[in-house]
Design a protein around this ligand. Structure first.
Ligand code: NDP
Length: 255
């Protein structure tokens, strides 16, 4: 099917969106996004935390797959493998993660969920257009060193993200909602291995797709998660007088 926009316009939109991501990176050092431990009053109506995670994150799959309807879901095998990796991540984030977290009674601002939906519509669209109109991966791509390396990095990041999220979730007994100091494994080096894992994961995806939307998605993930990890780290140090001093925020020994 013929693309509804030119490739040149697609590139311009991607570049502008990436530029907004870079500005957001600096902004998030000034204003921390108010969800999770940083939730605060003054952001309008609130919604249930778990419902928020579901509606924000499921959107990206709806948007991505809606593009494929235009071509009767006729994607190449390499494209399907990439889409499957993306889907795996977002099925966890939109269904499994909200069911597992122990945040009974906690809320998040509706505006945060709406902003995340906007973010997901944009990223889902760029990826949808890429796979539907602009990419042409052949089977040979599955043997390309960029695909193999990206694949390994992607799953390394995903494993770190899932293990770290699980350890954090299990710090609470069912019904508890307070915070504890995490110990062991990567937590001895950094406060937020889950956020580091997610950054690594999308770096892998950018490499294995070798694409503009993959790069843009990585830049946005970095822009969202590095300031968030630094805010989490500062929060830990303020809350716990005995917080381990040698620990960094997100990159071991560095930051
Ligand atoms: P957090 O590490 O703040 O929280 C993860 C879960 O563990 C929450 O349920 C949280 O509870 C709980 N938790 C965290 N620390 C503790 C602790 N010390 N003691 C007890 N419970 C704890 O992660 P985020 O909310 O920042 O992100 C959640 C996931 O979403 C991560 O995997 C992250 O990578 C991903 N994400 C991805 C983004 C992207 O742009 N790709 C953007 C944002 C998040 P509570 O909610 O009560 O704080």
């Amino acid at each position: 099917m013929k693309a509804l926009i030119s490739y040149e316009n697609y590139l311009w939109i991607s570049l502008i969106w990436m530029g907004i991501g870079i500005i957001t990176f600096f902004y998030l050092f000034i204003k921390t996004a108010p969800y999770g431990r940083h939730t605060r009053e003054g952001w309008g109506p609130m919604i249930d935390n778990k419902l928020g995670w579901f509606i924000m994150e499921f959107t990206v799959l709806l948007v991505l797959y809606s593009y494929f309807t235009q071509i009767g879901f006729q994607l190449s095998w390499p494209s399907w493998i990439m889409v499957a990796l993306f889907t795996l991540h977002y099925l966890n984030r939109s269904f499994i993660f909200p069911l597992r977290i122990r945040t009974q009674g906690k809320k998040m601002p509706l505006v945060i969920a709406l902003m995340a939906i906007g973010f997901n519509i944009m990223n889902g669209s760029l990826l949808g257009m890429h796979f539907t109109w602009f990419s042409s991966y052949t089977i040979a791509w599955l043997y390309d060193p960029r695909f193999i390396l990206g694949f390994i990095i992607f799953f390394t990041g995903m494993a770190i993200n899932w293990i770290a999220d699980t350890r954090l979730i299990n710090l609470r007994k069912p019904g508890e909602t307070d915070y504890k100091i995490p110990h062991g494994w990567l937590f001895e080096y950094i406060s937020c291995p889950n956020l580091l894992g997610e950054i690594i994961e999308w770096l892998g995806f950018a490499i294995l797709t070798w694409s503009i939307p993959g790069l843009v998605f990585f830049v946005w993930t970095f822009a969202n998660l590095v300031p968030r990890a630094i805010a989490h780290h500062k929060w830990y140090k303020e809350k716990f007088a005995d917080y381990p001093q040698q620990r960094k925020a997100v990159f071991p020994f560095l930051w």
